[in-house]
Write a protein that binds this ligand. Sequence first.
Ligand SMILES: Cc1ncc(C[n+]2csc(CCOP(=O)(O)OP(=O)(O)O)c2C)c(N)n1
Ligand code: SF4
Length: 275
Amino acid sequence: MVTVPVEEYLRPAMMPTIWCPGCGHGIIMNAVLRAIARLEIPKDDICVVSGIGCASRAPGYLDFNTLHTTHGRALAFATGIKVANPKLRVIVLTGDGDAAAIGGNHLIHAARRNLGITTVCFNNSIYGMTSGQYSPMTPSGRLGTTAPYGNVERNFDLCDLVRACGANYVARATTAHPRQLSTYVEHALTTPGFAFVEAVTQCPTYFGRKNRLGGPVELIEWFKKNSITVAAAAKLDPADLAGKIIIGEFHRGDAPDYSELYAKVIQRAKEAAGK
Ligand SMILES: Cc1ncc(C[n+]2csc(CCOP(=O)(O)OP(=O)(O)O)c2C)c(N)n1
Ligand code: SF4
C-alpha cells in the first residue's frame, strides 16, 4: 500500500480536534487530504470553506486558505471566492444540516450554476453540534432530540437532488469505504463544474446513541452491511432498496463550467467597451 503523507496539510496548533472519539468526520477529512496529496495541488491554490457544525470545524485543522463562515452559507461564500478568483480550487466541507437544511437553497443553485466548487457533505443524518436534532437527511422513523417518537419526514436523496439540479459530478461513499471516498474526492477535484460527494458518516454520540445502533465500530459495520453499489442497486426492485445506502459514482457530465461562461461574458463586455 502506498502511504500518502498528509501531515503537511494539518495545523498542529489546532489539535486536538473537537470531534468525539469515534466520530467519522476525521475519516472524511483524511480522505479529502489524501486526494489533494495524490493530485499534488499546491497548498496556496486551495481554499477550503465551511459553514457551522461539527463537520464545518474541519477547515480549522487544515493548512490551506480557509474560511469558517456562518451556518448554511458555505456555498454562498465559496461562490463569491470562485467567481472572484476562478484559478483557486475551492472546496466546501459541510454537514448535512449545513448543506441540506439551512443551506439547501445555496446547494441547489450552486449545482444549477455548475460553478467549479468541490463540495463534500459529511452526512451523519443528524445535527451533531447542537445535540441531535433531526435533519433533512435523517431517515424516516429514526430518532432524534426533536423526533423522540420517530421522524415522520422523508429524507432527501442528496445525490439525486444535486444531480437533478445540474452538477457535473455526483458520488457517494461511506466512512466504511475510505479509499473509495478518497477516489471520489479526487474525481470531484478533477471534474470541471460543480462536484458533489456525499460522505455518509457516523455520529456515535447522537445518531448512534439515540437510535441504539451501538458505538463507532457497530455503525461502521452497519454501513458496510447496508451499502450496495450503484450497479447492484440498478438490478433490484426499488422496494428492496429501503434502508440501503447506494454507493458509487452517479454522474460525470461535461456541461460547461460557470466560470468558463462568465469569462466569455467579461470578454464580450470588454469588447463592447472597446478594451
Ligand atoms: C443561523 C444559525 N442557525 C442555527 C445555528 C445552530 N447550529 C449550529 S450547528 C447546527 C447544525 C449542524 O449540523 P450539521 O451541519 O449536520 O453538522 P454536524 O454538527 O452534524 O457535523 C445548528 C443548527 C447556527 N449556528 N446558526
Ligand atoms: S456530536 Fe457527533 S458529529 Fe459531532 S463530533 Fe460528536 S460524534 Fe461527531
